[in-house]
Design a protein around this ligand. Structure first.
Ligand code: MSP
Length: 531
């Protein structure tokens, strides 16, 4: 961006009480596709993800596992949370762990700033707490329990009773920020999306905000308060700050970290699941206002992956690991499927049947078949050298026009985090080119040497359209599109696929005549339904 501001996108930092499931991978994948798209636009981009290692939930998981919390998180991060980034092919720029000194020291400094501004005071907290959510609950938040918890009030997300706390804490004066938050969101309706999330946040703030504990005295696994070492910082008020500490908050402005902070702040998108909307759209901007920092430009709350109509989760034993899907279908299909099948911002159900059906129709038979037919025909009819093309007919012009029309639609959609819309624009282009192949019948043209010029035009058109499709799909399916780029022989003249710009992709005629086209491995091999 011209002002030296990078496009800065974050995922939540995930609790390390257990290994990742596809719900966590879903958010990280969405963030990865969005940031790859912005990189492909030529922007300076920073993509942050990481893990939330403190709090009661992690402490209890470690105790149940018979190890110290630090041993527990070290092992899970090394064995599961870092490897999953490779599994889903995420290209994050940084990975923050809340037990790192760079985080802990800056969190302490942040709260000193807020205390000095008069927004922290000591008082007694009495009320319900859900360890699953790591959240102080308001009485109106709880719902009547069912089954074994009949007759009790339970957390609506975890379906279990909450714990009653009574402890001396330090409080954050959240109530002082209602008006400023309302004014901020009235002026910036784009700062919470989708619209349903915005409305929920506004009505929550309008009810009036209550002050909230920012420290815990009955918990030991956390970052100590610098002015009261008997207390640790409440896990959410430690975790939310990761977006600032990882960016370099609190570092000397002349240092590399300080300069990065100037380049990144504020976040352009804090991507979250709707379960943690209130933390991100109410507490988080209020904390930043208290410390004199700009709030995020956008908090986007996506929906839940459901299993049997309920939020998929490890605690309910419905968690599916990303490997279970990726071992069979590959990372590209995983990335494509979840963003294509579910409207971003709404809930969606996962099913193996739907995954298999879309994989087969859209990837194996759709794009994969188009690519393999194109490269095979250039091999068979033109010895693997892309022919020069002259005399385009209206049929080719239709492809050229369809490409020119698809690019701005895809661009606007991906920038708006409408992944389904972005993918649809490219998928329709793939279908259009497949229809062109059926209509022009290059295999029939090849039978008569009199049609050689026409066959050249058709082969060139298919390959040149695939060149554009490869670039447009690269943020979604980087492995398969790198392979397609290779098969088209595009790198020799055009350079690496990652350096192709969205703004240039519709310019026709970029693949040079004579490009060496090879039929490589199938981009999306067929998979048996019962595999
Ligand atoms: N540690 C906090 C977040 C702190 S951010 C400053 C936390 N961690 S979590 O491990 O519970 O991860 C929650 C996030 O994981 C959700 O907001 C969402 O991004 C993702 N998901 C976890 N389960 C999910 C589904 N079933 N469906 C979709 N996303 C899910 O909350």
């Amino acid at each position: 961006m011209a002002d030296g501001k990078a496009f800065y996108l974050t995922t939540p930092i995930y609790y390390v009480n257990d290994a990742p499931h596809i719900g966590h991978a879903y958010t990280t994948t969405a963030g990865d596709v969005a940031t790859r798209w912005h990189r492909q636009r030529g922007e300076d981009v920073w993509f942050l993800t990481g893990v939330d290692e403190h709090g009661t939930k992690v402490e209890r998981a470690a105790a149940a596992g018979g190890v110290t919390p630090q041993e527990w998180v070290d092992r899970l991060v090394a064995d599961a949370w870092l490897p999953v980034l490779g599994t889903i092919d995420a290209a994050n720029d940084d990975f923050i762990r809340t037990t790192e000194p760079r985080h802990a020291e800056r969190v302490q400094r942040f709260w000193e700033v807020v205390r000095d501004s008069g927004d922290v005071y000591s008082a007694l907290y009495e009320g319900p707490y859900c360890v699953g959510c790591e959240e102080f609950k308001l009485p109106g938040d709880l719902v009547p329990g069912t089954g074994e918890f009949e007759g009790q009030q339970v957390c609506p997300i975890h379906g279990r009773p909450v714990e009653q706390l009574a402890e001396e804490n330090w409080f954050f004066r959240l109530s002082a920020f209602s008006d400023r938050l309302l004014a901020h969101y009235e002026a910036h309706p784009e700062a919470v999306e989708p619209r349903s999330a915005y409305n929920e946040v506004m009505s929550f703030i309008r009810q009036g905000l209550q002050d909230i504990s920012m420290s815990r005295s009955s918990v030991s696994w956390g970052i100590p308060l610098s002015w009261d070492e008997r207390q640790v910082i409440y896990v959410w008020f430690d975790a939310l700050l990761n977006y600032a500490t990882a960016a370099g908050y609190g570092a000397d402005p002349e240092s590399a970290d300080g300069q990065r902070f100037a380049r990144l702040w504020p976040p352009d998108v804090n991507l979250v699941g709707k379960d943690i909307l209130r933390f991100h759209a109410v507490y988080w901007p209020a904390m930043l206002m208290a410390a004199g920092l700009e709030p995020p430009r956008k908090v986007f709350a996506h929906g839940w992956l459901l299993v049997g109509g309920e939020k998929m989760s490890k605690s309910k034993l419905t968690g599916i690991s990303p490997e279970q899907i990726i071992d069979t279908f590959g990372s590209d299909a995983f990335r494509y499927y979840f963003l294509r099948a579910i409207t971003f911002g709404q809930d969606g159900s996962f099913s193996w049947e739907d995954l298999h059906a879309r994989y087969t129709a859209e990837l194996a038979n759709g794009l994969g078949n188009l690519a393999s037919r194109a490269t095979a025909m250039v091999g068979r009819y033109r010895d693997g050298l892309l022919p020069a093309a002259h005399d385009f007919s209206p049929a080719e012009q239709e492809i050229i026009d369809a490409l020119a029309a698809a690019v701005p639609v895809a661009d606007a959609a991906f920038v708006a985090l409408d992944f389904q819309g972005g993918i649809a624009a490219v998928r329709e282009l793939v279908e259009k080119v497949n229809g062109y192949v059926t209509e022009t019948e290059p295999w029939a043209l090849a039978k008569d040497p009199a049609n050689a010029g026409r066959l050249d035009v058709v082969l060139y058109t298919i390959c040149e359209a695939l060149r554009a499709i490869a670039v447009l799909y690269n943020p979604v399916m980087p492995k398969a599109m790198a392979s397609l780029w290779e098969q088209l022989g595009a790198a020799a003249d055009l350079g690496p696929i990652a350096e192709q710009r969205i703004a240039d992709v519709a310019a026709w005629g970029q693949l040079p005549a004579g490009a060496r086209v090879t039929k490589g491995d199938a981009l999306f091999p067929r998979i048996d339904a019962d595999a």
